[in-house]
Structures are given as structure tokens and as C-alpha cells.
Ligand binder design. Sequence first.
Ligand code: NAD
Length: 500
Amino acid sequence: MTVAAPRIRMLIDGQFIESASSQWQNVVNPATQDVLAQVPFATPGEVDAAVASAKEAFKTWRKTPIGTRARIFLKYQQLIRENMSELAHILSAEQGKTVPDAEGDVFRGLEVVEHAAAIGNLQLGELANNVANGVDTYTLLQPLGVCAGITPFNFPAMIPLWMFPMAIATGNTFILKPSEQDPMVTMRLVELALEAGIPKGVLNVVHGGEDVVNAICDHPDIKAVSFVGSTRVGTHVYNRASLAGKRVQCMMGAKNHAVVLPDANKEQSLNAMVGAAFGAAGQRCMAASTLVLVGEAREWVPDLVAKAKTLKVSGGSVAGTDVGPVISCAARERVEGLIASGVEQGAKLVLDGRNPQVDGFEKGNFVGPTIFAGVKPGMRVYDEEIFGPVLVILEADTLEDAIALINANPNGNGTALFTQSGAAARKFQEDIDVGQVGINVPIPVPVPLFSFTGSRASKLGDLGPYGKQVVMFYTQTKTITSRWFDDETLGHGVNTTISL
Ligand code: NAD
């Protein structure tokens, strides 16, 4: 007898409910093809019900004391810590990344929850005393109302946690639309959020794809949308939701270049590059997927290949695995197609990871570490985001040439420089037109004391996720100018000039 896969529920008005939808999709373990669960594509009525609940809850949540809001996230961070191992195992099974890497995924989200617990220090207005006689001006950072978040498959814990904790901590209510490819760990995090004390209607979850996303973009009662995902979908969401009058922030695709100068510490730099190119099977928006070797560092390709060959490709649940599967059969075919295009277009395939032998996981979507040398702009492996364990190597004569190459690429998510020269590092950070820069740090994702600051084609909207910027994103600044009349500040008749 086969047991039906569990059906993933939605969260509407404080209740975990089964969707009435007739459209369901399997959530599949990418290492085994086992069906773990089924996820619904919510009906329009279910999206409306979630938004109506969030709109109603906003009436009281917006006035809930800031300390009460903060304490929920204090409790929430504790619950996430206590359940870390379970969360990481759920995540690894549905997404494919290794269990230690899955813990990192949860941990980077947990840091944002900790930050949300400090909301009392963050959501502060300003006051200028005596801007005119007896007049003060001050600001309130007020929540917007119902906000929504649409998340990608590659960080199913961290990215939902980029969004709803800070939105809710600042006094908004929230509709989350997780990736339909791996919604299970997200739902476990949502259960823990309710356990921490998030009240009914303040957090809602609807599942689905294009139609649900479009319904969110169009809904007149949603005030702001946060999106993380591909450039194609993010551009659509930005345009559609902006047209509907919403505040929108979209973090999108990337092609992150790492530059290695010949004075870099060779061992450290190559280790960092291999980890940052192939970790999470290259499915990180900040993966160092493009290497620019400058001058004599061009000779380091064989050593890099030798290191990449030592990585163990296997299921994410197997101890010692370095590279797990890619998310789906379709993703594997896309990555393999791009590798074939690189060969056709004349790049030198110095390490071919296609069709690796993975004992015990013969049905998995595996692509082993793959490296192309001699890559040039105009080749698809350079022009497109591969989002798999494929590193492309370009060459430059000088640091200036490397900077010009990177600045000519449309993407601006992240970049890194490996060097022991302070002067070179300073030149790079000054002249590079990329929003997040690592100096001997391959994946420079800022902690939540700062904000995620991808730029150019990797981002639409002014303000980034988490940190100081997201407090501005999820609030409207209201400026109050006030005068209180007493015996000393009584007015002196009508004044029609522009002074206070
Ligand atoms: P995706 O764009 O396919 O999906 C993202 C979300 O959009 C999902 O919730 C999905 O259901 C929804 N969606 C998919 N197709 C849609 C459509 N046609 N219309 C409306 N909604 C649609 O992205 P993905 O494959 O899940 O994630 C990988 C991408 O995300 C990569 O490009 C990666 O670089 C990017 N990413 C960027 C960042 C960042 O911070 N810049 C972080 C993580 C991932």
C-alpha cells in the first residue's frame, strides 16, 4: 500500500487549513525523487481571505506596544535555536543542500529574527526642538498595513526570515508566498512563529505560483511587496505591483565575479573560490560563479581544478558531502544545456562534472563541479546566470581591466577581490560598481546590522532587505509639526506669510 504524501497547509486567519484548490504540485527530494509532500496552488478566494484577515489584524497590531512585538521575536529566536536540527533536516531533504549548509541557511535567517527582537532600538523617529517659537517637529515611523513576500527556492529558511519578522516587528501584517518547490521548512518556521506568539491574522501563508503572485501584485489592500528570485520574475513583479501603487523591493539574479591578483594568498584564495563557487551546488545568489585571474594568477587554474576534484558529490544527508543535487530535473537539464553551449562556443572545459556517479542516489539531480577556462563575454556561460555548480574563468592583464569587465556586466549583486595589497583593495572598493564587495571574503552578504545591498540589474527598488533599510521600507515616515499655545506663546492675530 502506498501512503499518500502529506498535503501542505496554508495559514489563514490563525488557522492552518487545507486548500480547496484542485491544483497541487509534488514537493520532491532532489537527491532521491521521493515525493515528500504536495503543495496547493491557492484559489483567488483563499488569497482574498488571507488579505482580509491581515487587514483586520492590522487594526490592533499596528497599535501593539513595541516591547510586546519585540518580545515575540525574542521568544521566536529561542524556538528556532531549539529546533535548529529538525529545521535543517527538513530543509536539506526538500532543497538538497547539505545538513551543515542547511543549518547555515536557518542561522542567517535567525540573525534577522534577533535583529527584529531589537526593534525598540530601530524604529525610532527624530525630533527637532524649537524649529520656530514654541514649535517642535518630529517624525513617526508608522507601519504601512498589509505587506507581502514572495520567496525563491534556494534559501527557503533565510529569505522568508528576511521578510516577515522585520515587517511584523515594525507593526505590519503579512502575507507570505513561499517557493512552491520547497515550502516545508518555511511552514515549520511559520508554526514556530505562531508558537512564539504572533497573533491571529498578523502572519498568513498562501502557496502557489504565477497566479497567486499576480493576485498579490494586484490586490488593492496590499501596500508593499518584497520579492527575491530571478531577474525575469522580479522585473515582472516590480512592474506589476508598482503599477498597482505598491511599494516594491526586488532582489534578483546575479553573476558575481571574484578577482584574484597574483599577490593574493594562493592557498586561501583558491580554497575560498572553490567553496563559494560549488557550495549549495552553486545555487546561491551570491555564489562566486565567475573568476577573473589577473596576471600570473592565470597559472593557478590546474591547482583550482585539483581542489574542485576533491569535493564529494552526494546526497545532502550524507556526512562529508560538499556538493548536493540541484533543485529539480529541469534545473539539471538547464545547467547541462549551458555546459554544452560553453563547449560549442569555444570555452575550454577543464573540469566536466556532468553525469557524476553518486552511489545510493542514482536518481538524483546531480551535476558535479564544472570549470570552464578561456571564457569571454558573449558566451552564454558568461552572459547567463547558470545557478549550478559551474565556475567560469576569464583572464585580465591588470586590476583596471578586471574592474572594467565587471562594471560592463549588467549585474551588481556581489563581487570579491583577493589580494594582500591594501592599495589594490582600496582602488577596487572605490571603483567597482557592485553593491556588495568582499575583500578576501568570497560571499560578502552583510549581517543584519547592515542591509543586503545588491545593485544595478540585480535589484529593483531603492531599499534592501533587513537592517536599517528595511525599517524604512516597511514604514511610512510621518512628520509632525506642533505648537501648544500657552500664555507665553499666544499668537498675535492673523499672519498670511509663510513663516511658522
Ligand atoms: P523564481 O523567480 O523562479 O521564483 C521566485 C518566486 O517567484 C517563487 O515564489 C515562484 O513561485 C514565483 N514565480 C515563478 N515564476 C513566476 C511567474 N512566471 N510569475 C510570477 N511569479 C513566479 O526564482 P527561483 O528559481 O526560485 O530562485 C532562483 C533565483 O533567485 C536566482 O536567479 C537567484 O539569483 C535569485 N536569488 C536572488 C537573491 C538576491 O538576494 N538577489 C537571493 C536568492 C535568490
